[in-house]
Write a protein that binds this ligand. Structure first.
Ligand SMILES: Cc1cc2nc3c(=O)[nH]c(=O)nc-3n(C[C@H](O)[C@H](O)[C@H](O)COP(=O)(O)OP(=O)(O)OC[C@H]3O[C@@H](n4cnc5c(N)ncnc54)[C@H](O)[C@@H]3O)c2cc1C
Length: 366
């Protein structure tokens, strides 16, 4: 049985370990903090099909069906069935791209339909669309169900060093152990580039810091009442052009963020921390203008690292050499099942499935 170590129990590491286990590998996940405590933290993410790179759309379509399969297997809802709404001038090209994918139905929304689906939005009369099978990812449910299923395979330990041995195996030194594996997969989020660099793989990760705020939905006679879709605003109608929002389970809260981030150095120093505060202030100001159905005082903040690749906001890639594989990219939650599957294939066969190699620059042009 092939022995594989996965470093990191965020959604990507857990998905990879789950795929490896299903294919009969002897898998160990090493995680220095609580599972899902890194970039995968928080209670919701957007599942959307629309991307500029049609190859990524195809992968996300596969991912949506894997999420469904996991829901059946794990017995828990993982993607809410309430759709993903987007507004702004980009809607036309998104609908054009999605028209090539019959398994990702999407359609324009009239002003009235938009108001019905998203009653907490201020009046808007511009291009709008619904991605029918998009929706809020139940991030906590996913992390918990995968961690539970992997059970004792998830070990609490910090990986200090990775080293190739002469017999072809790969050694991992942690805080409390030294063990050799047939293959090591680095899914350590912000920690991946450093671990990969030590075994000669240079990942061009651009590190940044991001903030997202959570707001309470105003319930009452004029409140939304029912389940909410996820929301992306690229319109500029309310003073910002890159806004995303994702409802928490029960739709009592909405997490809202501006898509920007502030740069950080590879050692993690945030160069301009005041920009993080400014992003938070702009988010609150946006909510006051655009989302009168929310109480404008945030109830919590999620601060997190962004690990982007130079070819696009949604860029993702796998590197693999002599028993060590690594993954990097941004906005990976939605495609974690299919990305984990690709990483499992890479670990078990030594070759990266088409499209996922970093040389393919998947997610280019976002
Ligand atoms: C606010 C916000 C909003 C987002 N919105 C979306 C969205 O709408 N849709 C979407 O698809 N994606 C979204 N993303 C991106 C998505 O959440 C991330 O791409 C994804 O969670 C990354 O998961 P990961 O497993 O690669 O990394 P992480 O979750 O960071 O996991 C890496 C793990 O490795 C561990 N680790 C690191 N170093 C070591 C070490 N040396 N030894 C042991 N363990 C180690 C860390 O503790 C961590 O738990 C968003 C991200 C944020 C922060």
């Amino acid at each position: 049985m092939m022995r594989v170590a996965v470093v990191g129990a965020g959604i990507v590491g857990l998905s990879t370990a789950f795929a490896l286990r299903r294919r009969g590998a002897d898998v160990t996940v090493l995680e220095s903090g609580p599972p899902g405590g890194g970039q995968s933290a928080g209670r919701g993410r957007i599942f959307r099909h629309a991307h500029a790179d049609p190859r990524l759309v195809a992968q996300v379509v596969r991912s949506r069906s894997l999420w469904r399969e996991w829901e059946d297997d794990l017995g828990v809802e993982l993607v809410a069935p309430d759709g993903a709404v987007a507004i702004g001038d980009g809607v036309g090209s998104k609908l054009e791209t999605l028209a090539q994918f019959p398994d990702a139905p999407a359609r324009p929304l009239s002003r009235d339909e938009l108001r019905e689906r998203l009653p907490l939005l201020a009046d808007y009369d511009g291009p709008a669309m619904l991605d029918v099978h998009g929706g809020a990812i139940r991030t906590r449910a996913a992390i918990t169900a995968l961690t539970d299923r992997l059970a004792r395979a998830v070990e609490a330990d910090h990986v200090l060093a990775v080293r190739r041995l002469d017999d072809g195996s790969v050694e991992i030194r942690t805080g409390t152990s030294s063990r050799a594996y047939d293959h090591v997969v680095l899914c350590a989020g912000r920690g991946t580039a450093a671990l990969a660099g030590a075994v000669g793989m240079e990942l061009p990760v651009e590190l940044g810091a991001h903030v997202r705020l959570t707001f309470e939905v105003v319930h009452g006679p004029d409140g939304p009442g029912g389940p909410l879709p996820t929301f992306q605003d690229g319109s500029g109608a309310f003073g910002e052009t890159g806004v995303y929002a994702s409802p928490y389970p029960g739709s009592g809260h909405l997490a809202v963020g501006l898509s920007g981030h502030t740069p950080a150095r590879p050692d993690g120093a945030v160069e301009r921390p005041d920009e993080l505060a400014a992003l938070a202030d702009r988010t609150v100001a946006y909510v006051r203008r655009a989302l009168p159905g929310l109480r404008p005082d945030p109830v919590d903040h999620v601060h997190c690292w962004v690990t982007a690749l130079p070819w696009g906001e949604d860029g993702v890639g796998i590197w693999s050499e002599d028993g060590v594989s690594a993954v990097a990219g941004h906005n990976l939650f939605k495609q974690a099942p299919v990305l984990g599957d690709a990483l499992a294939t890479t670990a078990l066969t030594g070759s990266i499935p088409d499209d996922w190699s970093h040389t393919a620059e998947l997610g280019r042009g976002e």
